[in-house]
Design a protein around this ligand. Sequence first.
Ligand SMILES: Nc1ncnc2c1ncn2[C@@H]1O[C@H](COP(=O)(O)OP(=O)(O)O)[C@@H](O)[C@H]1O
Ligand SMILES: [Mg+2]
Length: 320
Amino acid sequence: MSVIEVEDLAKYYGDVRAVDGINFSVQEGEIFGFLGPNGAGKTTTINVLTGLARMTAGSVRVLNQSYPDNLRRAQEGIGVVPDESNLYPELSGMENLSFCGALYGIPAEERRERATELLERFGLADVAGRRFAAYSRGMKRKLTIAAALIHRPSILFLDEPTSGIDVASAREIRRMLVRLNEQGTTVFLTTHYIEEAQRLCHRVAFIVAGKIVRDAPLKQLLQEVGEESSLQFVVGGEATSAADILTAAYPDHVVSAGGDGQILLRGERLDDLTPAVRVLHDAGFAVREARVLRPTLEDVFVRVTGIEADEMTAQRGGGS
Ligand SMILES: Nc1ncnc2c1ncn2[C@@H]1O[C@H](COP(=O)(O)OP(=O)(O)O)[C@@H](O)[C@H]1O
Ligand SMILES: [Mg+2]
């Protein structure tokens, strides 16, 4: 069952076509990722879906409520984690959660219980009484996610949930999202980290310059490049003569030799190192390193968009 349905959605700011006619749907129980470089239209899309911005054209249905008429009803069932936190700096962690709960009409005692449980779950119990302003970036992000969950939404929207925070917090957040999803919450997230999309998402849409250029299940995307894994070796001795040996043994594959004894063997169905290592060994070469290089979402992304992965991360103030 689809819980988000978007048709021909457009959002213009003057003549800037931030989102330029996109179509996609998100199934219940899915982790759906919007992957694209800075300025692609990710935040604009999430803002429209969560009611923070009005669409210029198109149709949006979230939890079977059509926008803009039934936006309020949809909002009862969604949680939103914006790219910049929307919490109050002068309130403590506990007070912020309790306040958010009050906005949804949750009775005081129930709010306290839920807040305590969330603070516990996000490892923030020790700082529950500390002002939000005094939290680290990672703690802030975690509390912002906790706040978005106070009314137990069935869809959680997150705009770049691990951008600009420390590695350990980012890892915790990814783990939290997986667990939350396993318990039934649908997750819609945006990211400019290809690896993050690959690690988390069941389905990924590539968005570039306001348009979706690809939208498919992660498995399918990986399968497309799956035939093209490669084997990498480091041999003791002359890499070029070792490469000649491999070329003779693998006439249908491509072999290239680099410096420091490095050899790369590319082609279809290369997932077992043993035969190639044996060939090299039998020819008298010491094999110092051998590994299978598996295709990644990055390979698909680069092929589809023509954008290199380092261009993606270079764009936003270094991001971490
Ligand atoms: N409030 C706004 N006014 C004018 N232009 C905007 C506004 N918000 C976003 N844009 C423009 O829309 C495009 C998409 O922005 P955005 O959705 O923030 O991209 P992303 O989140 O993928 O980085 C960019 O060109 C951006 O400059
Ligand atoms: Mg953004």
